[in-house]
Design a binder for this molecule. Structure first.
Ligand code: 5GP
Ligand code: ZN
Length: 136
């Protein structure tokens, strides 16, 4: 997809209005239009990177710092009980907008959401094969 057609580029640059909770020269943090829970927000870099793999390392570090800071503020102001950081890459992982974004999802007791995965199982032998595949 061309950058000119990217909805998050338009939102990040302020060409499309959004409920912005933070902005600096390089980032905008907005409330998600289809919130999983009350306060669900998205950290958007203003530059277009499709996903984690395109994101420069220094930007990745800044995303994490912003996530921590914003989650702390939201915990105080929204009185949530927990917090999920979620970041999807690729269709198989549930990414629907191909402009990097980090989800900030405040969690509340009995909020009815189920964001965690279904645990599988793996033998020690399988784990060893995977470990070798990644590290060798
Ligand atoms: P993904 O599935 O790609 O990780 O997440 C995309 C997120 O963007 C979804 O949670 C969806 O609700 C949100 N979203 C999609 N379009 C818009 C929009 O135009 N404005 C806002 N604020 N959120 C959007
Ligand atoms: Zn974009």
């Amino acid at each position: 997809m061309k950058k000119e057609d990217c909805i998050f580029c338009k939102i990040a640059h302020g060409d499309i209005p959004s409920s912005t909770i933070y902005e600096d020269d390089d980032f905008r943090i907005i409330l998600d239009l289809g919130p999983a829970t009350r306060g669900h927000a998205l950290i958007l870099p203003k530059s277009h990177y499709a996903d984690l793999f395109e994101l420069p390392q220094d930007m990745a570090g800044r995303v994490m710092m912003l996530a921590q800071k914003t989650a702390s503020v939201m915990r105080d102001k929204l009185s949530c009980d927990g917090f999920n950081l979620v970041q999807n890459n690729g269709e198989s992982a549930g990414q629907t907008v191909f402009h990097f974004h980090m989800h900030l999802i405040p969690r509340y007791e009995n909020d009815g959401q189920n964001i965690l995965w279904k645990p599988g199982s793996a033998s020690g032998e399988e784990l060893d094969i995977v470990r070798k595949q990644i590290t060798e």
